[in-house]
Design a protein around this ligand. Sequence first.
Ligand code: DON
Length: 581
Amino acid sequence: MSAFRYLIQALVFCSLLVTGSAAARESAAEPPPIIDYRERFLPVVAQQGMVVATERLAAEVGKRILQQGGNAVDAAVATGFALAVTYPRAGNLTGGGFMLIHLARENRQVFIDYRETAPQAASRDMFLDENGEVDNKRAFSSHQSAGVPGTVAGLLYALEQHGTMSRKEVLAPAIELAEKGFPVSFSLNYEITARGQRLRGNPEALRLFFRPDGEAYGIGETWRQPDLAWTLRQIAENGRDGFYKGEVARRIAAEMEAGDGLITLADLAAYRAIERTPIRGNFRGFEILSAPPPSSGGIHIVQMLNILSGYDLAGMGHNSAAYLHHLAEAMKLAYADRSKYLGDPDFVEVPVAALTDPAYAARQRRLIDPGKATPSDDILPGRALAPESLDTTHYNVVDPQGNAVSNTYTLNASFGSAIAVPGTGMLLNNEMPDFALRPGYPNIFKLVQGESHAIEGGKRPVSSMSPTLVFRDGKLWLVTGSPGGSKIITIILQVLLNTIEFNMNAATAGISPRIHHQWLPDQLLAEQGISPDTVRLLREMGHDVVQSDRTFGRTHSIMLQGERLYGATDTRRPEGWVAGY
Ligand code: DON
């Protein structure tokens, strides 16, 4: 990456979200850099390194690590630990996720699976009541909702294998943020207030997230987390044993015992992050790398791209009825396969090669009627219903050497189970409901999942998280990912189509109205901005179009063009930060 530095402006999107560091403002006086057409929509541009994350302080932590000479993995690990402090609804030590790394010098990509595992005592029917019905409250908001956490093992594995800095160096900023505190942002205040009822329901969460008088910390007020600082110090000093053994582990296990949870000291000690082979696919000459099982993301993104590669999508026109119809049909086929074939690869044989084979896609293409929606029941039988209100977070890093990290991690719901482990500053995840709580019935994302998704001790629930890298002519071109539960896969699909097929820059690709279909329920969900004419045409083709006033996910992307890094967040949602230099 070129040595001359700067950063142009910050951006104004929709109604005026002005981002930008002091460096950006200082450089405003410098002559403007050469404008190419991709700058028309103003993603933030940098030339050395960049971190795109959902929260400003944590993104700036990553940037500082890069400026101190750390590589993309050092910065990603530091950002991951910092988000656990500054973005408690999804940043975490107690959840799990996936990290996809591009190592520039070796031109090699590494995927780290640090998804939670079911505790050994977990069993297939553990969330069924005496009538055989799913006990949703116990599945979603109890000690039993938690899987064995993977985040600490995953981040430390990445650092040890591919980082250059010490554990203490990358943990120091998170410890400082927890210890000294930081001013509460509008979004943090809003989220804690909005989830007040859940968080107040647990005495330890009440103590952590609210002032002694029981009120939420106000915007601009300093929020300190001494217990979390203590936990982070245990990790800085003792590595993974500082979390999975010793006092932190004992506190987790004690809380489990007190709350009828299943995670034991033995479960914690046995947890391992696993390196796996990323899924690879091709679309219009671009190479796509994404998450392998236990994520379903990579397989289905590649499968849908394979199906869609047989059509002149650009000719149909972006977000035209014909285009969205073909997208929806490909989505249904992929999600039907997800229900049957996906699982933890250490427990279930997942036919990865078959599902991502272009010849299979060609056969599936024949099932698509170009002018008519195929009812989901004709693809595979099933039924569905259930609510959604969840959270996860994705961030990207690119360093001056061209290394990159695409990382998505989660507690599942916003603030996980909303149950805090006393004395640790940490919330428990509620990842267990990502399993099929009753195979064949919809889960919290309304996903219908079959036997391969059943609960077993030690197994990892299938995920939709899809950290993704795209290469063009062998060079890294796009780093992207998003939260969004079961929608993550279709969100990333559309970001890839927007950039590759429709030549959009990272910013436009991330905010263009999206659709989602997951086979069951047989509904085509559409964001605001899909035109009423298009909706009418889709309905005439037989799609049950359901319009949503919520945006789907929140994409964070870095696009690499020549010597430049173009960073973009989904500016239709609050927060999101591009830290570049
Ligand atoms: O792993 C999964 O697929 C889910 N647990 C992710 C949850 C999620 O993205 C919620 N965020 N909006």
